[in-house]
Design a protein around this ligand. Sequence first.
Ligand SMILES: Cc1ncc(COP(=O)(O)O)c(C=O)c1O
Length: 273
Amino acid sequence: MRVWFNGKLLDDPTAGVVRVDDHGLTVGDGVFESLKVVDGRPFALTRHLDRLAASAAGLGLPAPDADEVRRAVDEVLAGVDLPLGRLRITFTGGPAPMGSGRGGGPGTLVVAVDSLAPAEATTAVVRVPWVRNERSALAGLKTTSYGENVVALAKARESGASEAIFANTIGNLCEGTGSNVSYVVGGVVRTPSLASGCLAGVTRALLLEWCDVVEVDEPISVLDEAEEVFLVSTTRDVQGVHRVDDRALEAPGPITRKLQETWAARAAESVDP
Ligand SMILES: Cc1ncc(COP(=O)(O)O)c(C=O)c1O
């Protein structure tokens, strides 16, 4: 792991440098991005920086300086031999009193990179009883308040699955803890709209641009009849689902395979210079 913290690379990336009163640490007042690094270069950096700024605005934090973040990304990746990596940008409210009120001081900016194991070819998912609140102040924001995802993912792993799927408060399909979900019904690829409360995933957005995918909001029970199901995310790309709860599915199904081919062919376009 290599870590850039508030202006400089750390000699020891595991050193304790964040203040104990940092509002990101104490109350989850922060935003983040996870990017894929391919052959030492960040994938879709501009899209991730745009989403970071949007998440910060939604949370009421000033956006981190995009040029400074780019410099940090360059520094952390310089000279690193990394065929596949995960780069995380975290920006928090910085030091603050030990309550929900902000401190008003400078934020904390961290850019860290580590290697990433390739995703499994296919995976299992389970639906969880907890819901995404599409009317939450944090809906659609990538904040460091990810406790609900931690609980849901632990539940999924207990069931031998790698992802948990949430409905929203009105019972419609929403998303996974760290992925967007798509499925095929009647040969048509569908995915929940952003109104469902899901994150505007970068992978999801590219797939909507490159492929025939329809945004539909419908009950999560559609997963009982879908012909194919797949997850999309930075770390999974387009990953077929071979089991939803107890139901086995062909994975990757024929339509998912076609999307995977399109993804593989076009993804190189989105590695920023
Ligand atoms: C809650 C949530 N939904 C969806 C995604 C997928 O987004 P992306 O394709 O940008 O990785 C993520 C990514 O980490 C996420 O945390």
